[in-house]
Design a protein around this ligand. Structure first.
Ligand SMILES: Cc1cc2nc3c(=O)[nH]c(=O)nc-3n(C[C@H](O)[C@H](O)[C@H](O)COP(=O)(O)OP(=O)(O)OC[C@H]3O[C@@H](n4cnc5c(N)ncnc54)[C@H](O)[C@@H]3O)c2cc1C
Length: 375
């Protein structure tokens, strides 16, 4: 790691401890979006880390991004999913594929964190099979008429700018899909109900409804019919962020367990002096290190402009399983205290599960990896 990497890591670690840790249990309990904390993250440059400084970004590499994601996720995975969506699903796609006007108008405020973005692909009937888009973007000459419903949208209510994937020419199937930039104020756009979730409860997950929303053609990203390729390319990079999130949840739970095992006594000695607990810690640390290397490899390949699709899917597949395993063991090490909110690890166990579901489930990652292997 360079000095810059270490500085980013330290800044994220300090921020997580001083600003995210206080109140994280309360936000989880009451499903409260960390609005104030996200504003402070924006001021520190965490919301558009990889964007070119000319568009208000931090101009950092993907390694810096995953280091920051790990540190933020160690403490608050609800804040880190907001950060991940804004950085890798919204800013990255806009910078890579957006027009100059779109970058000026939308990327700049998103990269500075002045506003938050959302990425809207999933629908009630289109999750893993993202080609089955029912949301329609009818071509009306100078604009599209958007109609449909999106589900499970992170930053659903807190966002101001939404990238919406919609079908324009159903007969062309996935080649008839477009990616449109939609503003929250556009008439006909309604934010639906907030989901009551098992984990990442501080994050803001909503359904969205579009009824005859007029979206100017200038808000289409890329050429006509580019939307599906746009979504898949964006998700390939996004997976590195979620892999880093999973890694952070695991390493946060591990650090708490290590500390607790040195403090808690049973049978006249600390938990850490019992070999059964030592072996748990050894397994947890080994799994976390392996996950971290996969995450860094994917980030490194992306930074080197090499093909990172398989590496990103492997990192997400593995790190999300590690998050499941390590957080479950963390609760076990904490015993009864692990089962109550005050000790954090039960929240981490609940938060870990989502990393196996969003931005491509575990099964979808295996499909991506095997497709790459058999190519
Ligand atoms: C908290 C949360 C936040 C989210 N945020 C966003 C967001 O910001 N934007 C967005 O667009 N979406 C978001 N999602 C949606 C998420 O990406 C989808 O839930 C996910 O892709 C799975 O789709 P699904 O729920 O429809 O499950 P399904 O696709 O119905 O899958 C159900 C099960 O079947 C398996 N399966 C499906 N197809 C196959 C196959 N061919 N072979 C083997 N197994 C298969 C899946 O792996 C899964 O285990 C979010 C979801 C949640 C829960």
């Amino acid at each position: 790691m360079t000095e810059e990497h270490l500085a980013v890591q330290q800044a994220a670690r300090d921020f997580a401890k001083s600003e995210l840790l206080p109140g994280v249990i309360e936000r989880d309990t009451h499903q409260k979006f960390p609005a104030e904390q996200i504003k402070k993250m924006a001021a520190l440059g965490f919301m558009g880390m990889m964007v070119d400084p000319k568009y208000n970004g931090g101009g950092l590499d993907t390694i810096s991004y995953v280091l920051a994601m790990e540190e933020i996720s160690k403490v608050d995975a609800s804040a880190s999913v907001c950060m991940s969506v804004n950085n890798s699903l919204v800013c990255w796609g806009l910078e890579k594929f957006g027009s100059e006007e779109q970058k000026e108008k939308y990327l700049k405020p998103l990269a500075s964190g002045e506003v938050i973005g959302a990425f809207c692909l999933s629908e009630p009937e289109a999750g893993s099979d993202a080609t089955s888009q029912r949301t329609r973007a009818e071509d009306k000459g100078d604009h599209y008429l958007l109609n449909g419903t999106k589900n499970w949208i992170t930053n659903g209510n807190s966002a101001s700018i939404y990238i919406v994937i919609a079908q324009t020419e159903p007969e062309k199937r996935h080649k008839g899909i477009n990616a449109l930039i939609v503003e929250k104020e556009m008439p006909g756009f309604v934010v639906g109900r907030k989901e009551d979730k098992m984990g990442i409860r501080g994050s803001d997950t909503h359904s969205l409804m579009f009824t005859d929303v007029k979206v100017p053609k200038a808000n289409r990203i890329g050429e006509e019919g580019f939307g599906f390729t746009f979504a898949m390319s964006t998700l390939n990079g996004g997976r590195i962020g979620i892999a880093a999130q999973a890694l952070g949840i695991a390493s946060g739970a591990y650090e708490l367990s290590l500390r607790y095992s040195k403090e808690r006594k049973a049978f006249g000695k600390t938990l850490a002096e019992h070999q059964a607990i030592q072996f748990k810690l050894a397994d947890m640390a080994t799994q976390i290190d392996a996950a971290r290397l996969l995450v860094w490899k994917a980030a490194y390949l992306k930074d080197q402009k090499k093909d990172f699709v398989k590496a990103a899917a492997m990192a997400k597949l593995f790190a999300s399983q590690v998050a499941q395993d390590v957080t479950t063991e963390a609760v076990q090490i904490h015993g009864g205290y692990g089962f109550v909110k005050e000790f954090h690890v039960e929240r981490m166990m609940r938060d870990a599960k989502i990393t196996q579901i969003y931005e491509g489930t575990t099964e979808i990652q295996k499909m991506v990896i095997s497709r790459e292997l058999l190519r």
